[in-house]
Ligand binder design. Structure first.
Ligand code: ATR
Length: 279
């Protein structure tokens, strides 16, 4: 049996097993199974060893270990070098390699929405585990005019800015591209506002930002990386204001698609059926 895992803590909520097992069945990998496993930090080394000795074929890593796992792997992809965020482990030539498919998953989800990076202004709210992947996407793709960052704990966005300010030159971007705004403060009007925080996972939670200036701004996209619940207050308010909205489901599907392809060589189709599977 080829065993695959998603590891994290908590992990009960993860929809990855449902999705990957559906694809294993669909593409006739009858000897493959994908399970979720709640782990502690002390277990990470062992998980990597299990991949090395073929007890486990592939692993997805989720909150809060996307950064911590980095210390135990043999090498990592270009995206991981920049984001220090690993969500997929693969064995290649006896080495355990860490990949980040979140960044590419996010990119595809935007492009599916006909997103053009050119001269756009973006507000990224939050500085948790997934935020570096989002920031890295915009900087790697280039073209955005401005990136505003805001987080309840300001030091975390300051660290992100410090790191990425150094990289801006390499990407031939303006050195003032990244700007921090205080938590809850207004930035100039943006074209895309992304919630990368966990605020909204519980129904009543709400970010304390005043977005009233976005009333009837039909082209502005409010993107919440949360996909369960389907419509957070952040998205509900945006819909009522007349903005475009999008939740994190397509990003989740695409990051999984990319991991599945790395493990099996098969590109699973993302169709209505698989989109509904996660409802
Ligand atoms: P991760 O493991 O992905 O880093 P996290 O530590 O729970 O997850 O944090 C995710 C993000 O949600 C962070 O930006 C966090 O803000 P802080 O850095 O200030 O902790 C944000 N977040 C979580 N709860 C929040 C709340 N009640 N209000 C505002 N931001 C919150």
């Amino acid at each position: 049996m080829n065993k695959y895992l998603v590891i994290g803590n908590p992990i009960a909520h993860s929809l990855s097993p449902k999705l990957h097992n559906y694809w294993f069945k669909k593409y006739s990998f009858f000897d493959s199974i994908y399970e979720k496993k709640k782990v502690e930090k002390k277990d990470l080394k062992k998980i990597v060893e299990q991949i090395k000795n073929d007890e486990v074929k592939g692993v997805n890593v989720t909150v809060p270990f996307k950064r911590e796992i980095f210390d135990f792997i043999d090498s990592s992809s270009y995206e991981v070098q920049f984001t220090k965020s690993v969500n997929t482990l693969v064995k290649e030539n006896d080495k355990v390699v860490g990949y980040n498919t979140d960044q590419e998953g996010f990119k595809i989800s935007l492009e599916e929405n006909d997103w053009d990076y050119k001269n756009k202004k973006v507000l990224i709210i939050g500085a948790g585990g997934v935020t570096p992947s989002i920031l890295s996407c915009f900087i790697n793709e280039g073209g955005v005019e401005k990136i505003y960052l805001s987080n309840r704990t300001r030091t975390k966005v300051e660290e992100l800015k410090k790191f990425w300010d150094k990289a801006l030159g390499i990407y031939q971007m303006n050195k003032d591209t990244i700007e921090i705004i205080d938590w809850g403060e207004k930035s100039e009007l943006c074209d895309l506002i992304i919630n990368t925080t966990s605020v909204g996972l519980t129904k009543d939670e709400k970010l304390n930002f005043d977005f009233s200036e976005y009333n009837n701004k039909k082209n502005v996209l409010f993107y919440d990386l949360i996909y369960n619940p389907k419509e957070t207050n952040f998205l509900k308010d945006a819909r009522i204001r007349g903005n475009r909205t999008m939740n994190g489901k397509m990003m989740f599907l695409w990051q999984a698609h990319l991991a599945f392809k790395m493990w099996t060589g098969v590109s699973p189709i993302i169709d209505e059926e698989v989109i509904k599977l996660l409802d």
